[in-house]
Design a protein around this ligand. Structure first.
Ligand code: HAM
Length: 420
């Protein structure tokens, strides 16, 4: 049997990097006052359709959607923001204190064409802040991403930022864009022709060469910003400059989800080929209200966990597997019984200890100790047991000491502590 296309097993050899990223991220989030939240991977389809947008690639083509046994239309979540907003509104979290800072980590599902950096089940590290309209929070989130990447030793990442405006200034931009699309109708692909009428902003990232040609001189939201949006964006840029966070002002960045207003950003890498976005996010000041809550601004981002780990692998970042402290070599039933209890006691006291119960010879078990990279080996052969003299060997120095059978655990710990 084989795994589903675009789905992956993350195997023990790779998991160390995942754990390192998760540890670093959760540590940083807690320093910056975020709380974890856990959300279901399945929601009613409307949760995503209404927030991400009916006319987006994600909702139109990529969701895993199916009726449940009662006919309710459900979807595997393609991202976390929609569920986060649903939960914030459903539990009236704003009632007590509208300002909330959350993060969540977990699998998302999009039925895209699989390739390097793009999977049908992938993981996101998602961060959202509710209740703060200030531009300093936008800068703060981009700073946070930058800080995480620098703690992970990643240097080839660049923040791209843009402002997508607000309902005040969007119409001016949309009109200019529509004029262009209308006058170049004959050169547009069928998708863009349709989107011209339903969601013109989406035409801007069409990959079709003929559309690209038309849209290379497309108007930019930045050229149409109202005074408030412009001031907001200036504060974001100014704060980032003061914090020495490098960024590129990228007027072509429109993002693939419809809920954004004002600041949108992506962290891009050059080391993953086509799938260059390692993280993306932005402000979505209208969404809480659209999902049935009060008028509360919000902003967030999601890191593509798989992609981040791949960038780290490309840059040769490794976390060594845990080496074994102690390998117990038991020969015979008595040694196995005693060894079983010693090894559990040692594990409980923080010593990484393994024992082999397969009844192999001393020679083959010593080979295995080498293979596992054990720093010490405890030899409990029949003779050692009957002489009441177990042998503890330091595999580095080849030094050997002996100890009694009754309670070797304390002696082992003392010896390891002295020698480590
Ligand atoms: P997004 O840009 O769709 O934004 O996804 C965020 C990140 O998830 C991407 O930059 C990418 O690294 C990763 N990603 C997306 N699709 C795949 C895939 N098929 N395979 C592997 N990685 C993938 C969002 O999802 C928004 N919810 C972000 C956000 C949070 N905006 C505000 N708050």
């Amino acid at each position: 049997m084989q795994i589903i296309r675009g789905f992956r097993d993350i195997l023990p050899g790779n998991i160390k990097l995942w754990q390192r990223v998760e540890k670093e991220a959760t540590q940083l989030f807690s320093e910056f006052g975020f709380n974890e939240i856990r959300l279901p991977i399945l929601e009613k389809t409307e949760v995503f359709a209404r927030s991400i947008g009916e006319v987006t690639d994600i909702v139109e083509k990529e969701m895993y959607t199916f009726p449940d046994r009662k006919g309710d239309k459900l979807s595997l979540r393609p991202e976390a923001t929609a569920s986060m907003v649903r939960a914030y509104v459903q539990h009236k979290m704003y009632a007590d204190d509208p300002v909330r800072k959350f993060y969540t980590i977990g699998p998302m599902f999009r039925r895209e064409r699989p390739q390097k950096g793009r999977y049908r089940q992938f993981y996101q590290i998602d961060v959202e802040i509710f209740g703060v309209a200030s531009a300093y929070i936008d800068a703060n989130l981009i700073f946070l991403l930058n800080e995480l990447f620098s703690r992970l030793g990643l240097t080839d990442l660049k923040a791209h930022i843009n402002s997508l405006g607000c309902p005040e200034c969007r119409p001016g931009f949309q009109k200019a864009l529509l004029d262009l699309l209308e006058s170049s109708k004959n050169e547009l692909c069928s998708n863009c022709l349709r989107r011209k009428d339903t969601n013109p902003l989406r035409t801007i990232d069409c990959k079709n060469p003929s559309c690209r040609e038309v849209l290379k001189d497309a108007p930019a939201t930045l050229d149409f910003l109202c005074k408030e949006c412009e001031d907001h964006f200036s504060i974001v840029k100014q704060a980032l400059k003061q914090q020495k966070v490098e960024f590129i002002e990228d007027k072509t960045l429109v993002r693939g989800l419809d809920y954004y207003t004002r600041t949108a950003f992506e962290i891009q890498t050059t080391s993953l080929g086509a799938q260059s976005a390692v993280a993306g996010g932005g402000r979505y000041d209208l969404l809480v209200k659209e999902m049935g809550g009060p008028d509360i601004p919000a902003i967030g981002f999601a890191i593509g966990f798989d992609r981040l780990v791949e960038v780290m692998e490309t840059l040769g970042k490794k976390v060594d597997d845990n080496l074994l402290d102690l390998f117990i070599v038991p020969i015979g039933a008595v040694a196995m019984e005693k060894g079983y209890h010693w090894s559990t006691d040692l594990n409980l006291q923080g010593i990484r200890c393994e024992i082999d119960y397969r009844g192999r010879s001393l020679k083959s078990l010593m080979k295995r100790a080498d293979k596992l990279g054990a720093k010490y080996v405890l030899i409990a052969g029949e003779k050692e047991i009957s002489d009441n003299a177990l042998v503890l060997r330091n595999m580095n120095t080849r030094e050997q000491i002996s100890m009694g059978v009754e309670n070797p655990v304390a002696d082992i710990i003392e010896y390891i502590k002295k020698n480590d």
